[in-house]
Write a protein that binds this ligand. Structure first.
Ligand code: NAD
Length: 306
């Protein structure tokens, strides 16, 4: 009796299909499971599917199998080409999800891809939100992501309880594509901030100042930032295990510089940092965390201080 009362007092949670269980998608989907959602997932790596099943989710063998009957489909894949590959075509989400389903794309992609997806989905009776995130792997694990959303107010309201299980700062920024535009601005700020921190680290070390003490006091003042808090140990220990790969930040710097050109906004510092990210990638460091921008500054400065 009391069990019945307890279960009937819980609001019904929509069933969720999750496509893309990488660095971000795995911990995020696990947070949904912890919050009581039924999650069926699909991704390209078998070990990630095994991880989902071990966490209490269901591993599907295909996108079609995962999304069939789901109330909500969440996608978290690398970039626009992957979003298009999983959304369109006979094996894709739009063809196989039920009409009325809500598709929430949390990947960081071009605003135009989000606008086009929302339009194509509407023809199938599927609603779409673009909902890219900021906060990195740690933010995903701790469920404290910032989630920047584009789409309709009613769809945002429906998705809000799900977003609450993934993040802390959750804002509807405007119509379809707006979340992606805000995310592009986010990536501009983060890259420039990392580059400034990396330059400061090399400057401080070459000057013979205690790096720990310097970064602590800097982080308590106006120069302090989430980037410095989260990346301090990466800089100190030259630990560039991703985290957020240079390859992905290169993609994001392409999105922001292109989108800015389209609207006539000048990004002079962003353009230079985009070149530094591209150069690091060209030197073979694309798989490293974006804090590896430090390596580039070191190379330009004649190497690491012994
Ligand atoms: P990742 O490379 O670790 O994971 C991507 C996942 O997508 C992989 O598991 C892969 O199997 C899956 N995938 C790709 N193509 C697929 C397909 N056709 N079908 C099914 N699954 C497919 O990437 P990530 O670091 O988790 O990043 C995902 C997105 O989140 C990117 O857009 C990235 O820019 C953004 N993001 C990442 C971070 C971060 O710190 N890693 C932070 C914020 C935003």
């Amino acid at each position: 009796m009391s069990n019945n009362l307890t279960s009937s007092s819980q609001p019904a949670r929509p069933s969720v299909a999750w496509i893309g269980l990488g660095i971000m998608g795995s911990p995020m989907s696990e947070n949904l499971i912890k919050a009581g959602y039924d999650v069926t997932g699909f991704t390209l790596e078998q070990d990630k599917l095994d991880r989902l099943a071990a966490a209490g989710g269901t591993a599907a063998k295909s996108i079609a199998e995962a999304v069939k009957g789901a109330d909500v489909v969440v996608t978290m894949v690398p970039a626009s080409p992957q979003v298009e590959a999983i959304a369109y075509g006979p094996d894709g989400i739009l063809e196989n999800a039920k009409p009325g389903a809500l598709l929430i794309d949390m990947s960081s992609i071009t605003p135009q891809t989000s606008v086009d997806l929302a339009k194509a989905a509407k023809d199938k009776g599927i609603r779409v939100l673009d909902a890219p995130v900021s906060g990195g792997e740690a933010g995903a694990i701790e469920a404290v992501l910032s989630i920047m959303v584009g789409g309709e107010q009613a769809d945002f309201d429906e998705a809000k309880p799900l977003f609450d299980a993934l993040g802390k700062t959750i804002v509807l920024c405007g119509p379809h594509g707006s979340g992606q535009t805000v995310k592009a601005a986010n990536q501009l700020i983060v890259a420039v901030n990392i580059q400034a921190c990396a330059e400061a680290v090399v400057f401080l070390e070459k000057s013979g100042v205690n790096l720990d003490a310097a970064l602590d006091v800097l982080n308590g003042g106006l120069a302090g930032s989430t980037v410095l808090t989260r990346k301090k140990d990466n800089f100190k220990n030259r630990d560039f295990k991703p985290g957020f790969r240079i390859d992905l930040h290169h993609k994001d710097m392409g999105i922001v510089t292109d989108a800015a050109r389209n609207v006539g906004a000048a990004l002079p510092v962003g353009a230079v940092v985009a070149q530094l990210v591209a150069s690091l990638r060209a030197q073979g460091d694309g798989g490293l965390d974006h804090s590896a921008l430090l390596r580039s500054v070191e190379r330009l400065s004649g190497g690491q201080v012994a």
